[in-house]
Design a protein around this ligand. Structure first.
Ligand code: GDP
Length: 303
């Protein structure tokens, strides 16, 4: 089992366990197909995806009643893989240097920890990284990011609480350029899309960055908590309306039986998912892989 698949399998075990309970019956029948349908709804896959999975499994079952759990899982995973076509974001190194990634999200979504985890992931894969603490709204956010960066050996540009977030971003960009950093990851204040002052602050960060590189930020990612059900979809939709997002990080997919949110969010927004959060440890942020995800959700082994 590859390292990545292992993480997906572990991360989505709660969702997969429910599938396994249904498929645990010796042979599939109409009742277990209905149970599966219920499970897919409650795991937040959304109506369209659930119906497509169920319809496909049901018509296969009608053709062959000896149909078993394995084939049902394979069919389900294939439907998801198809639905998730185009969903895998891939950071391209070298198009811009530094490549600026702006992390956006509401408080508690996992934004700050994802900044640190992403920094580590990029550093571990041979890139030079600089982190900017532009969440100047809460002193605790700066502290938290500093602790993570110290622990992981990541360079950080920070400022005092109450400082102008856009000024931090501007200085950080200049520092990243002077140091030839490949990536600059900017942590921004947790905000609700309804807080217009904070949404204005985001626009200002974008404006000052553009003074140094007209295309910066090159990536604007919404960090969204995947365990909060349809709220996460609503949140992503509204953020996207007020600030142009280029992609998503979906966190907290471990420890929840709602692993389907990722499909519903992608279907709704059609924005690539770059990374998924599968735990609290530094290595628990993984590039999204639709095949690993879909097979793990249905409790299958790696291809
Ligand atoms: P922020 O307010 O958006 O910056 O959120 P934080 O980064 O401070 O994260 C809030 C909480 O969620 C912290 O306790 C994190 O450890 C936790 N967290 C973040 N990502 C994940 C994840 O992928 N899985 C789990 N289980 N917890 C996470």
């Amino acid at each position: 089992m590859s390292n990545f698949f292992g993480f997906f399998k572990k991360g989505f075990s709660k969702t997969a366990d429910r599938v396994a309970t249904i498929f645990g019956q010796a042979q599939l029948d109409e009742d277990s197909i209905e149970e599966l349908e219920e499970m897919l709804y409650t795991a937040d896959f959304g109506v369209e995806t659930t119906e497509e999975v169920i319809d496909t499994i049901r018509s296969a079952y009608k053709k062959d009643k000896s149909f078993r759990e394995k084939s049902a899982g394979e069919i389900g995973a294939e439907v998801l893989i198809r639905q998730l076509e185009g969903s895998e974001g891939q950071l391209k190194k070298g198009e811009h240097q530094p490549h600026v990634i702006c992390m956006i999200g509401v408080n508690g979504s996992g934004k700050t920890t994802s900044c640190a985890k992403l920094g580590k992931h990029l550093q571990d894969t041979g890139h030079s990284v600089l982190i900017a603490a532009a969440d100047t709204f809460r002193a605790a956010a700066n502290e938290q990011l500093k602790e993570w960066c110290d622990r992981l050996g990541l360079p950080l540009i920070a400022s005092q609480q109450g400082a102008d977030a856009a000024a931090v971003a501007y200085d950080a960009y200049a520092a990243a350029r002077a140091r030839n950093a490949d990536y600059l990851i900017i942590d921004t204040a947790g905000r609700l899309h309804t807080k217009s002052n904070l949404m204005d602050e985001l626009a200002k960060i974008k404006r000052v960055l553009a003074k140094q590189d007209s295309e910066a930020p090159h990536s604007s990612w919404l960090v969204v908590d995947g365990s909060i059900g349809s709220n996460s979809i609503q949140q992503a939709r509204v953020f996207n309306d007020s600030f142009p997002l280029s992609g998503l990080i979906v966190t907290k997919l471990d420890g929840t039986s709602k692993g389907g949110a990722i499909v519903a969010i992608y279907r709704e927004l059609q924005k690539p998912v770059y990374y998924v959060g599968l735990g609290e440890k530094p290595e628990d942020l993984k590039p999204f892989d639709r095949e690993d995800y879909s097979r793990a959700v249905f409790g299958l082994s790696e291809l």
